[in-house]
Design a protein around this ligand. Structure first.
Ligand code: SF4
Ligand code: SF4
Length: 125
């Protein structure tokens, strides 16, 4: 069974499945195809790998589409779906990290860190 409301479109289950029963297509949106007819009940690698508990035993037949998140500073497309970015922000918040980093591309993260370092060292001298 697939709990669509929990799926964030990360595609981790697709990498975990040894039988190609979950396919990810990257295009203008990310598409997840779940093919239970290809499932071999391998021991539920997909269940164990899913970060949100969206799959219970055998996945249901579904095609889900996810919009990509965009960088909050420069606007370029991130390699994450919007739902993944939200999930990552929550994980960072709970672990004492910086949730805003979930919505930034790598270049903008570096710029932000560099600005923070300059401000800090400027204060020290
Ligand atoms: S239980 Fe089925 S869909 Fe899940 S990883 Fe195994 S073969 Fe793939
Ligand atoms: S691992 Fe879970 S959350 Fe990620 S795409 Fe698969 S079902 Fe969705």
């Amino acid at each position: 069974m697939l709990r669509e409301d929990r799926c964030i479109g990360c595609g981790v289950c697709s990498k975990a499945c040894p039988h190609g029963a979950i396919i990810v297509r990257e295009n203008q949106v990310r598409i997840l195809e779940f093919h239970p007819e290809l499932c071999r009940d391998c021991g539920f690698e997909c269940n164990a790998s899913c970060p949100t508990g969206a799959i219970e035993e055998k996945p249901s037949s579904r095609v889900l589409k996810f919009e990509y998140a965009i960088c909050a500073m420069c606007g370029q497309r991130l390699p994450l779906t919007r739902e993944e970015a939200e999930h990552l922000a929550q994980v960072l918040m709970k672990s004492g990290g910086r949730p805003e980093f979930a919505y930034l591309c790598d270049e903008c993260k570096i710029k932000l860190q560099s600005r923070a370092s300059k401000a800090y060292y400027g204060y020290m001298v």
